[in-house]
Ligand binder design. Sequence first.
Ligand SMILES: Nc1ncnc2c1ncn2[C@@H]1O[C@H](COP(=O)(O)OP(=O)(O)OP(=O)(O)O)[C@@H](O)[C@H]1O
Ligand SMILES: [Mg+2]
Length: 252
Amino acid sequence: MTRAAPIIEIRDLLKTFGAVVAAKDINIDISRGEIVGIIGANGAGKTCFVNMVTGYLSPTSGSITFEGVELVGKGPREVTHAGISRSFQVSQVFHSMTVAENLRIALAIAENRGVNALRIMESDALEAKCNDVLKRYKLEDYRDMTVSVLSQGIRKLLDIAMAVVSEPRILLLDEPTSGISVEEKFDFMDVVMGALKEDNVTVLFVEHDMEIVERYVSRVLAFYQGEIIADMSPDKALADDKVQEFVIGKRH
Ligand SMILES: Nc1ncnc2c1ncn2[C@@H]1O[C@H](COP(=O)(O)OP(=O)(O)OP(=O)(O)O)[C@@H](O)[C@H]1O
Ligand SMILES: [Mg+2]
């Protein structure tokens, strides 16, 4: 049996800020459809890693090859256009607008119509797409509500829905469950992961909550001082001595 080529190959990634080493010796291949959990104590380098893969930060050296295309040197827009999308540690939705308005803007931007974006916002095709996303992310009941009145869980669902309108093959999420209540977190993740799996999106997400890691990921990457100290299944990772010492033990 021949193995499919990895969707993304990362080689010898290094990022330094003066004396601070934010990433070092990062070498990983990720296959299509994998759900990867990125864990690590505060300052371990998780966000820097996400920023490098998504074009927000240039590595000091190394390469990131996505579907055979080198990403290093490309900016965020080009990376999104290539098929990699993301959400941020702090959600990027417009709080004074409704859920549907936010989605229409994201869709108009994804359609890349530039100055025609506002006109596109009115189109039937866009409305149909908007309704489809609202349905898949269980946001229909909130469509005409202003974001500022919604719970953090619903806001984050919208944030992720806005990141997937460009139909990415890889999605990176920086702490998707942060700020979400204990009662909401599993329902939230069920909706997100269910929708992403349906589209066979490869997902990499930063997560501090080990219950979420255990339940939703197929593979764990544990970061410590910019290096990957464990790359294994979640059950193995959570029992690993180094992960126990440098990730779980050191949390806050
Ligand atoms: N723009 C920057 N300039 C200088 N140092 C930076 C910069 N961005 C990040 N760093 C440093 O790089 C290291 C990794 O930071 P990063 O934000 O990736 O951590 P993290 O694992 O996401 O932490 P957290 O769990 O707190 O979000 C830290 O030491 C941080 O202070
Ligand atoms: Mg971070």
